[in-house]
Structure formats: C-alpha cells, structure tokens
Design a protein. Structure first.
Length: 150
C-alpha cells in the first residue's frame, strides 16, 4: 500500500481481488446467478474484502461482485461506513465517473446536506470533498475504477 488512500489499484487488480476473495471462501466467482448480501458464500468473502488504509473515521468494503462487458471495463461497488463529522478530503477519480448513494445518515457537499435516498454523480477528474453529518453515514458507490488504496 502506498499510504495514500486516494492512490487506487486498477480495475483489473480489483477484479483479481474479488476473485481472490471468492477463492478464499472455497467457491469460484459465478456472476450467472442471483446473489444477495445474505448468501452464505457471499458472507464468507466479506472479511477479506474489507479495505485497510482508510482515513480516520471510515470503514470500507469492496463488494464481491462487479460489472464487466470487456476486460478492463465495467463497474465495481463499495460500501462505506463513516463516523459522525468525519471528512473526505478533496480528491478526484482519474479512471472514470462515480455514483455515490447515501443509504443512511448524511453528508454535506457544497453546502447541501444529502440524506438517505439522495445521491451524487462525480465526473471523472473533477475534484470534490465532503463532510459527514452529525449522525454518521452509510454510503454505497459505484466506480468504473477500483477504489482500493494501493
């Protein structure tokens, strides 16, 4: 790991990370079935997909699925739990656009409070920062890159 939580591994490295977690669980990745967060085999992948090296106040998990039409193209998914009043410092995503959904709690972006059910679209290479609200937040997001620090 580089020590910079915004120096991310590549999409392909993220796919390998997901496939490795499935291998550790004793199963092969099988995208040709419906999967849920409550499936026993999915639950066995979660611990190995927790992301280390996050900034203070954040816990993040790489979900054990991805979208890919062709090699190096697609989307990967993440869930982040943020403590009250935590801050995401300014950064951008060089590999593509991002979509962030607020599941619960709130975040403040550009003076606007986004609460559960709200979302934000972040274009490629556009810097942004946000503050977590007083009750913390749970967020889900989707990137065509892999938001796992090196």
């Amino acid at each position: 790991m580089s020590g910079d939580p915004f120096d991310f591994i590549s999409f392909d490295e993220g796919v390998q990370r997901i496939r490795g977690a499935w291998g550790q669980s004793g199963k092969a990745y099988n995208p040709d079935r419906v999967m849920t967060s409550r499936d026993e085999d999915v639950l066995r992948t979660i611990d190995s997909l927790k992301i280390s090296g996050m900034e203070n106040g954040f816990e993040k998990w790489h979900l054990p699925v991805y979208f890919a039409k062709e090699e190096s193209q697609g989307a990967q998914f993440f869930i982040t739990k943020a403590e009250p009043n935590a801050k995401v410092r300014e950064h951008s995503h060089k590999d593509g656009d991002a979509m962030r959904f607020i599941v619960s709690g709130s975040v403040i972006y550009n003076g606007k409070e986004l609460v559960g059910g709200d979302w934000m679209f972040v274009p490629k290479d556009v810097p942004y920062a946000l503050d977590v609200g007083p009750n913390g937040a749970i967020m889900c997001y989707c990137y065509p890159c892999c938001c796992v620090p090196r």
